[in-house]
Each structure stands twice: as C-alpha cells, then as structure tokens.
Design a protein around this ligand. Structure first.
Ligand code: WT7
Length: 654
C-alpha cells in the first residue's frame, strides 16, 4: 500500500484553451508529433538530446568531450568544453543582421528612454571588462551588484561573465544588513552600485545603503558608482570610483578568455524556510543552454519581438529571462526601472503601446494588483502589439488567469504559466504556446529534458489526481551545482528527501497531476495545511477566496487546533468597492465551501488593509501564522517590504 496522500487537491478544473490557428501557424514549434518525439528523446536519451542542443545553441571555443557526469548530488555538464558566456550573448551577434538591432530599450521611471544596440552593448561590456581587470579582478573573484533596473545592471552582469568573475546581484530593495550578509558570505571584492534609483517618484538611496553595508565587509576593496539620480553621495577616497570616470580611456574592444563549461557564473541568494539565505550557485554552459533553449521555445521568440519581463534583475527571473536567455537569443529586451503605478496604475499598458512590446512576462501578484486598480486603466490603451503573455512566481489563480487572458491578451495571446525556481535556473514546467492547450491555473507539462513526478514520502510516484511532493527524477543542465560554501546544506535541502533515492531532486513544492498529466502546483509543502486529517494547499483556499467578487487578496494559514489538528485562519484584503462585515465573512465561508468543500471553510476570517509581503511580492505566511497562533510576531522580518502592514494587522485584532 502506498503511504497516505500528502494532501487532497480539490480545485475544480475549468476550461481548456487551445492556441489560436493564427498563433500556431507562426509558432517555433507547432507540430504535436514532433514535440512528443523530441520530448521523449530529451528524457530517454538526455545526453544525445542535450549534446546536440549544446552544439547548436552555444558558441564554443573548445568542444566538450563528455555531455554529462552525474554523481548525485553533484553534476557536471559538457565536460572539457570551453566558452565565454558574454561572447554567447553579444559577440555572436556582431557582423550579423542583429548587430544594429536594439538589445535593450530602457525606460526610467521619470520617463527617460535609452536604446542600446547589440554593438553598443558590446562596447559597454568590453569597457567595463577592462575596468574590472584594471582594478585587479581575476577569474573566480566575486562581485556584488546592487543597482536599479537600468542598463548598467545588464552591462555589469555581462562584464563579470566576460572576465570570469562571479556576480551576486542583490535586489535594490534589500537593506544594508542584507547586503552585508551576502557580501560576507561570498567574500566579494568589488561592489557595483548607483547613487540611487527611482521608485514611486522618490530616490532610493542605494549608495548610502552600500556605505553602511561595507563598514562590516572586510573583503570589499572597490565600490564602483553609477550616477543615476544625481542625489548627493559620499565618495570614500581610495575605495569609491565613479563609473563614468573609470570609463574614460577604457578601450571598447576586449579579447574575452574562454572558461570551462562548469566555471561558476553567479551566486544568487534565496530565502530558505529557516536560517540564513542560501547562495545558489549556477555555472556557465549548462545554465546558459537551459535559459536560451527555454526562452526560445516558451516565449516563442521571433526576430521582431520586443520582450518585457517585469521582474527585477535581482531575482532569478531577471537573470535568466531578462539577461542570459534573451540576449543569447538576440532578442530585444525592454527594461523598466520603476513602479507599475507611477505616475498612474496604467504605466505598463502605456509602455506596451508606446514601445510596441510583444511579450509580457509578469507575476500573479502583479496581475491581482492590476485587477484591483480597475479595468479602466487598461481600457485606455490598445495593447494590440502583444502576442504572448507569461506568468511566474506562484500559482496563478484561475480568476487572475482569466482576467489576464481577456483584459490584457484580448483572448488572442497564449498564456505560459511557467513553473521553476531559483535553483532550477530555467523554466521546468510550462505550456509550449503553439502546442499545449492550457487550463487556467495549471503550469501544464514539463519542458524538454525535465522529468518531474508527483511522489509520496518514499519518492514513489502517486496515482493521477492525488496530491504529493513534486520531485525531479533526473539532472538537467541548468540545475544549481551547490550552495555557496555549504555543500552539506545543499545535499540536505534538495537531495535527502527520499531515502534510497539520492539522485532525486526535491523541489519543496506540492503538486498534483491530472488525468491529462497536467501539473497543478499547490505551492510550498510547508504551506500545506492539515485540517481534520485532510491536507489542503493554502493556495487553493486563497484561490477560492480571490474568486469572490469582494476579495482582492487572501492568505491562508494554519493555527494548531486540538480538535482538527489545524484550524484554518484566512487574512483577506477587500476590493475598494466592498466593506468588511460579519455578513461578508459568512458569505466568504459559504463561497469557499462551494468552491472547494466544507472541509476547507475557514474557521477564522480576518480582514486586513494589506498583507505582509517580501520584496518580491510573496506573501509571508510564516508571519501571519505566528500572528494567528500567538497574537504576536517575533520571527525574522528582515525580508518584509512594508513594516506598517504588521502593526495595522495587529491593531485590527478581532
Ligand atoms: C517557488 C520558487 C522562478 C522564478 C520566481 C520564483 C513558486 C514559481 C510558479 C508557478 C506555481 C510557482 C514555487 C517555487 N512558483 N513559479 N508558475 N506556479 N508556483 O523563484 O523565489 O526561487 O521561488 O515559487 O513554489 O518552488 P523562487
């Protein structure tokens, strides 16, 4: 007998959406038979598949001798091969029709616009590569990047890659303390920052944060400062250098060295459920191949596309699907510096129309904010340049999916709901837009070379339509290689979940596969509740609540309960058109009962003006759980975006 189900997944399956004939006709891959064949080869003969893709898609200086070496939990791809990642994103396009194509179209929050062609981007990166080398940076040295979403962020990443330095990008919303911890963990020698960045009409003082951070970072020797806002900064003699001054005289050609396929490319810190952030390490060739191939097929990239990803460069989405995956494909990337509601909540739609953007990749939390701000902001704009939409970061609730589909995509743009993680490096589960019929709320099917399964506690596959843990059964090129400086934690966190199965990667997520094999991700396993012996994903309850007309956003958490194991507490923010009342509480309970079943009816509903979120927009359920359980929040709040939310929550105690 198999072990009991990890949770019961009850969400009702809605409609299916087929790619339109018009989209299908031009898609990079539209033949389901060809797709089936290619997918089968990719998982049954991965070395053959990936070896061929690596030769086709990457520019090698020295060919690899061996495709894969897998000694769980450690993997190496394309052994013996040498390449330069920045050359793969830039030099390869020079001397081709792409040379004078826009690589980056940038719009700052105040409205300033810059266009940088591939040739110009190459000049910039070469210059910075010289500056880094002249400062004494050697291959393997770590460099911290703490910048707004401006072209210099892309230039900095590519210049690091060019000289073999390992970048760690720190999101511009992080505090001095967070910068210090990250720099000390990876022992960075150099920091690249700016005087400030624009956010909601104000200057975020980045340099001042770096100043405070580097007081406690003995390894930092140089701070390179971009002038963005013109705010006053303190320059420390002998340590701080203006980017522009370093620039003068630096040559705009640079002979890039070739590095091993497994040369470290970057470290990106991501939060674990407990303890200090984990320094996820990605290396060169495998990572780049994963990012490039997935971007090509999943975004169905065309030479004429203008692609907009709203994620900050400080997150993995910005690494893989602003920089590496897009520039290696020779695409035009649109970068926006600021807030989506500056000066008004239609900023994205206005930019899409003004720049003729064709692809939008954003997060469900943003989509729900747009819904809340109201349709009128969208309806002012045409949005007829868009041809494809993407979603990433959390399960997208079907209501938000439908709104995205109708209001933004005008029912003609396929939506790719892409499941992946910082650790996976590139998209793992997603529709292929010319092939896969989509179901709102499901990330659908695995990408080439990815073999995910829904398994029980022992790592055995569970039957269709039962909930379990999402595991990846075999290695893929863009997977993390280790956690920086903590290989034990790497093994513990990702490769120790299933006894006797040391090569199976545990994602930490719960999922279910439906009768068509489609994956429904229910969020982190830690967010799974056990109510009266029934395990339910918080995401499902939240999705049910958000489908009610009054609800803008919801978070569900468990509170220990003698009778039921856990009782279900939900925090709800209402749309501005509705007001809190006991009647509404009852209506919401009934609504969840109807959508999921009585067992999922919340025991307690609390209305809140806002929910505590990380700077990347993830609801911090851990804090809500603490509040629901003890009435207080004592846990770590360093990644919280807005502290006032917490005091407001406490004061509207029932
Ligand atoms: C976790 C990874 C991958 C870039 C952004 C987040 C959740 C991500 C989806 C999706 C359902 C999703 C998972 C995953 N997640 N995308 N399409 N559907 N859940 O990166 O911070 O490393 O978070 O985000 O829980 O494990 P991250």
């Amino acid at each position: 007998m198999s072990t009991p189900q990890i949770f019961v997944s009850l969400q009702k399956v809605g409609r299916k959406f087929k790619p339109s004939a018009a989209f299908e006709r031009l898609a990079n891959l539209a033949d389901p038979m060809a797709y089936d064949q290619l997918y089968a080869e990719s998982v049954n003969a991965p070395e053959k598949f990936w070896g061929r893709q690596a030769k086709e898609h990457l520019v090698w200086r020295k060919p690899f001798k061996q495709v894969l070496e897998w000694k769980p939990p450690h993997v190496q791809w394309f052994l013996g091969g040498k390449l330069n990642v920045s050359e793969n994103c830039l030099d390869r396009h020079l001397g081709t029709a792409r040379e004078n194509k826009a690589a980056i179209i940038f719009e700052g929050e105040p409205g300033d616009v810059r266009t940088i062609t591939y040739k110009q981007l190459h000049f910039h990166v070469c210059r910075l590569a010289h500056i880094l080398e002249n400062t004494g940076i050697k291959s393997g040295d770590r460099i911290a990047i703490y910048l707004p979403m401006i072209p210099e962020a892309v230039i900095a990443m590519l210049a690091c890659a060019r000289v073999g330095a390992v970048h760690t990008v720190i999101f511009g919303g992080f505090s001095a303390e967070a910068i210090k911890d990250r720099i000390n963990d990876c022992q960075a020698k150099l920091v690249i920052t700016a005087d400030g960045g624009w956010r909601r009409g104000k200057v975020i003082e980045l340099k001042a944060n770096v100043d405070r951070a580097v007081e406690g970072t003995p390894t930092v020797q140089t701070v390179l400062v971009v002038k963005r806002c013109g705010n006053e900064v303190r320059m420390v003699e002998g340590r701080d250098v203006w980017w522009k001054e370093a620039w003068e005289g630096a040559p705009n050609r640079h002979d890039a060295k070739a590095f091993d396929a497994e040369h470290p490319l970057f470290i990106l810190y991501t939060s674990g459920s407990t303890g200090k952030p984990k320094g996820v390490l990605h290396t060169s060739a495998g990572y780049l191949l994963g990012a490039k191939l997935s971007a090509h097929y999943i975004f169905d990239l065309k030479e004429t596309d203008r692609y907009f990803c709203s994620a900050d460069i400080g997150w993995i989405t910005g690494h893989s699907y602003v920089v590496y995956g897009l520039l290696s494909n020779g695409s035009t990337v649109f970068l926006y510096e600021g807030a989506p509601n500056q000066p008004e909540p239609d900023r994205f739609w206005s930019m899409i129309d003004r720049h003729g953007l064709t692809i939008l990749y954003t997060a469900p939390t943003a989509i729900r904010a747009f819904m809340r701000w109201g349709d009128n902001y969208v309806l002012r704009h045409r949005l007829d340049s868009l041809r494809l939409l993407g979603s990433v970061g959390e399960p997208i609730n079907p209501e938000a999916w439908m709104w995205y589909h109708t209001m933004i995509g005008k029912k003609k743009c396929p939506i790719v709901d892409t499941w992946w993680q910082t650790e996976t490096g590139s998209i793992m589960i997603s529709p292929l837009p010319g092939i896969t019929p989509t179901k709102p709320g499901s990330a659908t099917l695995p990408f080439f070379g990815i073999l995910p399964k829904v398994v029980d506690e022992k790592g055995e596959e569970v039957p269709r339509n039962s909930g379990g843990k999402l595991a990846i059964m075999q290695p893929w090129p863009s997977m993390l290689r280790t956690l920086w400086g903590d290989d034990d934690r790497f093994k513990q966190a990702y490769f120790s979940e299933f006894p006797g199965k040391p090569g199976v990667y545990f994602t930490g997520d719960g999922a279910r596969q439906d009768e068509d094999g489609y994956f429904w991700i229910v969020g982190r396993i830690d967010d799974v509740l056990n109510v009266s012996g029934h395990r339910i994903g918080t995401a499902e309850i939240e999705s049910a609540l958000v489908s009610h007309a009054a609800v803008a956003e919801a978070a569900a958490v468990g509170r220990p309960d003698e009778l039921k194991g856990q009782s279900l507490v939900v925090f709800v923010t209402l749309k501005s058109t509705h007001t809190a009342s006991d009647e509404l509480k009852e209506a919401l309970r009934a609504h969840v009962g109807k959508e999921i079943g009585s067992l999922a009816k919340p025991d307690t509903i609390r209305f809140a003006a806002g929910l505590p979120k990380t700077r990347s927009g993830k609801i911090m359920r851990r804090l809500l759980k603490e509040l629901a359980t003890s009435g207080e929040i004592k846990g770590d709040t360093t990644t919280l975006e807005d502290f006032s939310v917490i005091s407001a929550l406490k004061s509207d105690e029932e």
